[in-house]
Design a protein around this ligand. Structure first.
Ligand code: SF4
Ligand code: SF4
Ligand code: FES
Length: 590
């Protein structure tokens, strides 16, 4: 935010400025005056002014030790006259008294009247010198380094370094291929000792596990004796390591990063909903990395969520719709499978049907499920709770990514509260048709015997399991990285999932399956795209009013205050449901 400089005016109290407005400082960067709020780091001020200063050890979310010296600049303060007022030059602006020595820009804040030079001959000479020092013992093994393509050492070497080294002695040999922990591999020769990984473990992961030993050129990074880098946030050290010293054991040597297609999405492994970038090539997911969102996950994500994508490429993926016919599950086309499932459901009254949805479903899918529940007048419905230990960092106890969406759209007030009653109703024979969406009923307590006795057991899921082989209609759907849609995280933030890969076989998008099922049951129409589903929701649900999938944006929108409990419309509707007439099912006999 470049502004005209008026030094005297800025020194006087600004009446228009409210008490809560931050104090603004005038700072000259590369000859142009700018204003920055008090507390802005000089390195950040330079970046905001369009003068990027290279850095290795500085990370905006960590403390600033100032140990790499890559961010050296020239700095000065206003020259003061005998009256303790700044001397003004012919242009009416303060004359800067430049310091003789270069200064680091990452460890100090802007001050009134400060002058900064980021591209003077002295600064360039410093940058060349620091790069030469950093590369003295570096193995220069870029062709086999996993960081190539996103390595700051490569990039800054080209931009700020020199093409030649004056170093003639033998390079220091350091440990290579060190297993720092189960998920992180270290190459000490590439480490530039910036200490980002050390500080991350201390300050963010709360696990003081890394440190430096030995002196001078022989200094190496290592884990403290008897410790391993195995905390649930260990892979963030790989993200922030500016060089190829720390690599992901899972990802290393699998794919050159410049081949990866990057898709912005969110993690669906817990209710936090960390923002991610999914790296893919030719419909294969190679890695997930965190995407900065200060309202959700800052710059980090946990290892558990980051590595939880192998199942998308599992051999157990359901690849084609199937129907139960002549005593076995046989492949069918989608039209036949949907018609078969709809016919089965039509033959029962609402009180004989149970629908188990999932807190992993998107809002759009849950909305269409809610329509199915209304259409069929089903009183037995719920989502399956999924919990695990939380930490005080990011990982949530709620391992469902969209429990709040399920609550808001009326699929569950207290997830899992109705499941014991549903199991009892299946067991007693009252429930004769079970529709399960993205969950394995055996895991929530329905026995294989009960499933195989059900006249209608319709499953929409992505993986084969012990329950799917007893289905009367099997509808293969999309995994999180194959679909678009929205979810509400544990703190009430509406966020977007984006499609990163195409689904295998004949699997279909969940919302399309649910729409087709609804249409086969109620002959409704008018939904052609997922945007139509969101539009329906935004017209009916006040929290979504005025929003669309595109308006959610990359960083999401706060739609619920955390402690606010959304109204459960289907809970109310269920109380009014009249028992419909029983009809004989077309599937197998009870
Ligand atoms: S391993 Fe990477 S992040 Fe850690 S000190 Fe070395 S260069 Fe820095
Ligand atoms: S904290 Fe939760 S949302 Fe974030 S990466 Fe881990 S599992 Fe995924
Ligand atoms: S970035 Fe400033 S000293 Fe390292």
């Amino acid at each position: 935010m470049r502004q005209e400089f008026d030094y005297e005016r800025e020194r006087e109290p600004n009446e228009a400025m409210s008490a809560s407005s931050p104090q603004m400082f005038n700072v000259q960067i590369d000859g142009i005056w700018h204003q920055f709020p008090k507390g802005t780091r000089v390195i950040e001020a330079c970046a905001q002014a369009g003068s990027y200063v290279p850095r290795y050890c500085y990370h905006k979310k960590l403390s600033s030790p100032g140990n790499c010296r890559m961010c050296l600049i020239e700095m000065g303060m206003p020259k003061m006259g005998p009256d303790r007022k700044p001397d003004l030059g012919a242009d009416g602006k303060p004359v800067i008294n430049w310091m003789v020595r270069p200064q680091i820009s990452c460890a100090q804040d802007v001050a009134e009247g400060m002058g900064v030079r980021t591209n003077s001959p002295l600064v360039k000479e410093c940058q060349r010198g620091v790069m030469e020092f950093l590369l003295i013992n570096h193995p220069l093994d870029c062709p086999i380094c996993d960081q190539a393509g996103e390595c700051r050492l490569q990039e800054f070497s080209v931009e700020y370094g020199t093409a030649e080294s004056r170093f003639l002695e033998h390079k220091v040999k350091k440990p290579k291929n060190v297993e720092l922990g189960p998920r992180v591999t270290l190459d000490d020769e590439r480490c530039i000792l910036c200490s980002r990984c050390v500080r991350f473990c201390q300050e963010i992961a709360q696990d003081d596990v890394l440190g430096f030993v030995d002196r001078g050129s022989h200094t190496i990074l290592t884990a403290h004796p008897g410790k391993r880098l195995e905390n649930n946030y260990s892979l963030n050290t790989v993200d922030i390591c500016p060089v190829g010293a720390l690599t992901s054991t899972d990802f290393r040597f699998k794919m050159r990063v410049w081949f990866l297609k990057e898709t912005k999405s969110i993690c669906t492994s817990c209710a936090t909903g960390c923002n991610t970038i999914i790296g893919t090539r030719e419909d294969v997911i190679y890695r997930q990395t965190p995407r900065e969102n200060d309202a959700v996950n800052s710059c980090w994500m946990c290892d558990y969520g980051r590595l939880n994508f192998d199942y998308v490429q599992s051999e157990r993926r359901l690849l084609e719709p199937r129907i139960f016919h002549d005593g076995k599950l046989i492949p069918a086309d989608w039209k036949t499978a949907i018609t078969h499932a709809a016919l089965q459901l039509k033959h029962f009254s609402g009180w004989e049907i149970a629908i188990i949805a999932s807190g992993r479903m998107t809002n759009e899918e849950l909305w269409l499920t809610a329509q199915l529940i209304r259409t069929l007048a089903v009183p037995w419905f719920d989502i399956v709770p999924r919990t695990g230990p939380d930490d005080d960092i990011l990982l949530s106890e709620d391992r469902n990514p969209n429990t709040n969406g399920a609550r808001l759209l009326g699929l569950a007030t207290e997830p899992g509260a109705k499941i014991p009653a549903i199991i009892e109703a299946i067991s007693s024979g009252q429930v004769k048709a079970l529709l399960v969406l993205g969950e394995n009923p055996v895991r929530f307590g329905v026995s294989i015997q009960q499933l195989s006795n059900l006249p209608a057991f319709i499953v929409m899921d992505i993986l084969a399991n012990e329950a799917t082989e007893h289905a009367t209609a099997l509808l293969p759907s999309f995994a999180f990285a194959e679909k678009r849609g929205s979810m509400i995280n544990g703190k009430g933030r509406l966020q977007r999932l984006n499609r990163a890969v195409r689904a295998p076989g004949q699997a279909r998008d969940d919302w399309e399956i649910l729409r087709d099922l609804s249409q086969a049951l109620a002959a409704t129409n008018g939904i052609y795209a997922i945007e139509d589903v969101f539009r329906q929701m935004s017209e009916a649900v006040p929290e979504f009013a005025g929003l669309s999938l595109s308006k959610i944006g990359d960083l999401g929108v706060q739609v619920i205050q955390v402690n606010e409990s959304p109204a459960p419309p289907l809970e109310r509707a269920a109380n009014d449901i009249e028992k419909a007439e029983s009809k004989k099912p077309p599937g197998r006999s009870p």
